[in-house]
Design a protein around this ligand. Sequence first.
Ligand SMILES: Cc1cc2nc3c(=O)[nH]c(=O)nc-3n(C[C@H](O)[C@H](O)[C@H](O)COP(=O)(O)OP(=O)(O)OC[C@H]3O[C@@H](n4cnc5c(N)ncnc54)[C@H](O)[C@@H]3O)c2cc1C
Ligand SMILES: *[C@@H]1O[C@H](CO)[C@@H](O)[C@H](O)[C@H]1NC(C)=O
Ligand SMILES: *[C@@H]1O[C@H](CO)[C@@H](O)[C@H](O)[C@H]1NC(C)=O
Ligand SMILES: *[C@@H]1O[C@H](CO)[C@@H](O)[C@H](O)[C@H]1NC(C)=O
Ligand SMILES: *[C@@H]1O[C@H](CO)[C@@H](O)[C@H](O)[C@H]1NC(C)=O
Ligand SMILES: *[C@@H]1O[C@H](CO)[C@@H](O)[C@H](O)[C@H]1NC(C)=O
Ligand SMILES: *[C@@H]1O[C@H](CO)[C@@H](O)[C@H](O)[C@H]1NC(C)=O
Length: 515
Amino acid sequence: MARLGYLTFVALAASYASALPSTTDYGILESRGYGKSTLSLIQCLKTKSVPFYVQQSPDWTEYATTFNSRLQYEPAAIALPTTVQHISDSVICASNNGIKVQAKSGGHSYASYSTGGRDGDLMVDLENFNSISLDDSTGVATVGAGVRLGNLALGIWNQGKRALAHGTCPSVGIGGHFTHGGYGYSSRAFGLALDQIVALDVVLANGTFVHANPTSYPEVYYVMRGVADAFGIVTTFYLQTSPAPPTVIQWSYDLPQALTSVSAAVDTFKKVQTFALNASAVDRNLGFGVTIANNATSFTVHGTYFGTEAHFNTTIAPALLEGLPTPAPDSSVEVVDWITSLTLLGGAATLAEPLHGYNERDNFFAKSVTTTEPFPDDALTSFFSYVLNEGAKPPVSWFSIINLYGGPDSQILKYNESFAAYAGHDDLWVIQNYGDVAVNGTYPASGIEFLDGMNNAMTSKLSEYGAYLNYVDPTYSPAEAHQLYYGEELYQKLQKLKAVLDPKNVFSNPQSIQA
Ligand SMILES: Cc1cc2nc3c(=O)[nH]c(=O)nc-3n(C[C@H](O)[C@H](O)[C@H](O)COP(=O)(O)OP(=O)(O)OC[C@H]3O[C@@H](n4cnc5c(N)ncnc54)[C@H](O)[C@@H]3O)c2cc1C
Ligand SMILES: *[C@@H]1O[C@H](CO)[C@@H](O)[C@H](O)[C@H]1NC(C)=O
Ligand SMILES: *[C@@H]1O[C@H](CO)[C@@H](O)[C@H](O)[C@H]1NC(C)=O
Ligand SMILES: *[C@@H]1O[C@H](CO)[C@@H](O)[C@H](O)[C@H]1NC(C)=O
Ligand SMILES: *[C@@H]1O[C@H](CO)[C@@H](O)[C@H](O)[C@H]1NC(C)=O
Ligand SMILES: *[C@@H]1O[C@H](CO)[C@@H](O)[C@H](O)[C@H]1NC(C)=O
Ligand SMILES: *[C@@H]1O[C@H](CO)[C@@H](O)[C@H](O)[C@H]1NC(C)=O
């Protein structure tokens, strides 16, 4: 009997809301673990004609599978809105039944928060919100919240040779990335991804749809730039683009000798840090980072520069390379156009991403450290001792990227917590420590401890530090997460706004704001 019911349900659920379970099928769903509130949510979505999937739908696996295969969750249902009304109805149906909601844009959350970050929430998948249109006169791009970074970059380039600062991975979604910071090599020139948001269309916890900017719903405009996961669903972004740099110097120096001893590594990083703070050499047009990769067998300083190769060669490169180990022959300095630069940074043949059916995965755990101050010598010694002693035989494949956010002329530094609900505008460096295993393998517990150890080697020597929200780390308790991501002052402000904008805590994940 259960089998008959199940098959009936599969057939009925095959194409969204047009084929939903009849009354009797609810008994079957219940027997398959659906609680009362989930059944009532499904009934509500059906009544309001919101397109959605449940676990028995044929396409469930495609939509529910997380990018981070280490953290797979089962939502109560997955809504696939095609209109703003569908999003509003989804939020109201969930709210009325005590079910939590998270939007999904690119699905690249390190903690799989767009799939809820736990079982039983409503995922609102924004893949149908994928338009990109550039206003030539203002340079403002109007962009659907399901667009991925590669398609965004191509769209504004093709429509007007424009650029935005954002991360390097073309498959990351703008919904998570632009609302929780967003760093790329052009961020020192243009700001963080979120600094370029001039307005947003948002569905709030009570289902109301608003246009938010500095004068219309300013508190919504404020919180959605930094903490969108806890306050609403962006449907459309209005993004201030910049003219794309006519040429980009794409450079990379491979310094293997930096890894021959702890003192060599510390000395090399200290010289890179001195360079990073040298206002005679560094301006906003330079973006870079240090990557220690392949289990501590490579040490690379790499980035981009928007200017002439002659200036790069005569001023920047000599100041950077002064006193450093000799770069290996695979180091490179290339002159490319903007789109070629982004393509090279993205590491794939093209920036174009599928609008539907994206299926790349990774099985990973990552942590971050943010600091507003230069790394002191003892922190570098502690970090590189760990890297060289523990990192050569790790339980996982790992890399560490240390990116320069601040420093001379960085445009990120123009902003602070009064501009957006984001605590990291005054960061100097942001470190990401990332480990992975084969997608179909098992990420070992020792791989979590290993990266915790790498983070601690650094943070134990810093008087103040934070963590970067776009590298969200689910191993922190909510209290630890709030301290590291927002700090006391901002968190208290967010709690007050949460009580007004989302008193029933509809938009929630395991680390989100608690009023
Ligand atoms: C391979 C890779 C490379 C990366 N490179 C960079 C980089 O160069 N620079 C950098 O800064 N970061 C980088 N990141 C981190 C990335 O910025 C974050 O993972 C980002 O949050 C992903 O956004 P998303 O839309 O793909 O994620 P999702 O999983 O869809 O969403 C993440 C969070 O945002 C919420 N959210 C999504 N859309 C909306 C919306 N429309 N309204 C409200 N809330 C929403 C979700 O509910 C969830 O809580 C990288 C990540 C990966 C996996
Ligand atoms: C800073 O850069 C300038 C210009 O390249 C260089 O002449 C100077 O020596 C550098 N200063 C330090 C402290 O490295
Ligand atoms: C800059 O230096 C690179 C090698 O590092 C060289 O190939 C290139 O020709 C130089 N360009 C200019 C304009 O000096
Ligand atoms: C790093 O070490 C892990 C575990 O020993 C191994 O599986 C992986 O292949 C190594 N990765 C690289 C790039 O050397
Ligand atoms: C934040 O920036 C605003 C606008 O630039 C400025 O008026 C304010 O003093 C700054 N606040 C802090 C705490 O730096
Ligand atoms: C994992 O996937 C790889 C590549 O697709 C394959 O070669 C390997 O056999 C798979 N391993 C397991 C345990 O399934
Ligand atoms: C929904 O919430 C917003 C923000 O608090 C408020 O401005 C609006 O009036 C509310 N709408 C309804 C219908 O209650």
